[in-house]
Design a protein around this ligand. Structure first.
Ligand SMILES: [Zn+2]
Length: 417
């Protein structure tokens, strides 16, 4: 009797961390939410050392470790801002915070000195963006990044309207923040483009046509909106009516998931601008009502408050049209990622998306994904060790399959369902 079946050998418990580490590093992930842009959209995409250093996470930290005021800081040029942050957070203090350490990790990964701002500036100035993107994605271990594309962004819309070329490395997302959160400031933009619109949304016909045209133009992988901690649904408000009567039907018509990122307290401190948003615990009964009231819609949900994480897992157990994803913004720190990811594995197995980078500056995918892999090694290894101790050892192939599901398959299935 002949057989070509290769016997699958269980991984010994002592080898689990090494095998998980190898498989995580060999896998190419899909980054399911970023603020990166494909080059054909023009100069919207941020990259390079001055952008890395002036990331709003580090701006927030600057004002804790320097006497410079926000007013003085925001009057500086980009290079001067970077110099001020470099001096305060990297020279006069040790860059141990997550965001500061990230800049160090990027420089190191690119083979640069971690203490020479001038050398870094020379290096980035000499890069050609297209090849640099390939190298950064390789170092970050990702094959594709999902963008954030708001059709009412006056800096971005013209590039789409002029037929921006597609790029296999980047997937578009139809972002709805201006429509849903700032309708009074933006309905005239719809009207000026020939769509029926008015301040009180007396009809959704124009919005539906606007969405249909942009879905056709962009071919997004999902629609998305960030929402405050006070978000409620259903709600007798412009946003509530638009979600129920325009967004959800459009998602069903075009078979697109809706991504909800809930829990921002917008502009707690407006003086520090992008760094000025905070976090609040949300009432996730809004998610329950969306999942149960509109069962043929699919939702990708990330919640910003640590206190909301457990109930999000519980809701995902109740509703198979709910996919939790990522550890977002203030949660993307190893101690909190570890807690949330363990909780998700214990409650959901491998039926969730553990992380996205939320990168705003291209090279951030290097450190954010390295950190994710490093944090995930002991978490996954421990899950497999517990399973082995209870009588079911796993093979390398099973570990590979699980990682592919977590970091690619769950997302691919969700957008293609
Ligand atoms: Zn984001």
């Amino acid at each position: 009797m002949t057989t070509t079946t290769i016997p699958q050998v269980s991984v010994a418990p002592a080898d689990l961390p090494a095998v998980v580490d190898q498989e995580l590093n060999a896998a190419r992930f899909i980054d399911v939410h970023t603020h990166l842009f494909m080059p054909s959209l023009g100069n919207l995409g941020l990259w390079g050392i001055d952008e890395l250093i002036t990331y709003h996470y580090l701006e927030a930290e600057l004002f804790r470790s320097s006497t410079i005021t926000p007013r003085e800081y925001f009057a500086l040029s980009k290079r001067e801002k970077a110099k001020a942050i470099w001096k305060a957070l990297f020279v006069e203090n040790t860059p141990v915070s997550e965001a500061a350490r990230g800049v160090v990790a990027v420089l190191h990964a690119l083979g640069l000195s971690t203490s020479d701002l001038g050398e870094a500036r020379e290096f980035f100035a000499s890069q050609s963006l297209d090849r640099h993107i390939d190298r950064v994605f390789e170092l970050g271990g990702i094959s594709e990044a999902v963008m954030t594309n708001d059709p009412l962004d006056p800096d971005e819309a013209p590039a789409w309207e002029n037929g921006a070329g597609r790029d296999a490395r980047f997937h578009p997302v139809l972002r709805l923040d201006r429509i849903l959160n700032k309708w009074p400031d933006h309905w005239r933009a719809l009207e000026s483009k020939g769509y029926q619109a008015d301040e009180r949304v007396s009809s959704v016909t124009g919005v539906r046509r606007f969405l249909a045209d942009w879905v056709k133009r962009m071919q997004p992988v999902y629609m998305a909106v960030s929402l405050p901690d006070t978000f409620e649904f259903p709600e007798d408000s412009i946003r509530g009516r638009l979600i129920e009567h325009a967004i959800l039907p459009a998602c069903r018509e075009f078979n697109l998931p809706l991504s909800l990122m809930i829990g921002v307290r917008y502009q707690v401190n407006p003086a520090i601008r992008l760094a000025g948003d905070g976090v609040g615990k949300a009432d996730l009964r809004a998610v329950e009502r969306l999942c149960s009231g509109f069962p043929s819609n699919r939702y990708l949900v990330s919640v910003l408050s640590r206190e909301n994480q457990h109930e999000l897992c519980v809701y995902a157990r109740k509703f198979s049209n709910l996919m939790p994803f990522g550890c977002w913004w203030f949660l993307n720190n190893p101690s909190i990622v570890e807690e949330i990811t363990r909780e998700r594995i214990e409650m959901l197995g491998t039926s969730f998306i553990p992380q996205h980078s939320d990168a705003r500056v291209l090279e951030q995918v290097i450190y954010k994904w390295r950190n994710t892999r490093r944090t995930l090694v002991p978490i996954l290894a421990k899950a497999y060790a517990l399973l082995a101790a209870d009588g079911r050892a796993v093979t390398r192939e099973e570990i590979r399959r699980d990682i592919a599901r977590l970091f690619r398959g769950n997302f691919e299935k969700w957008i293609a369902a």
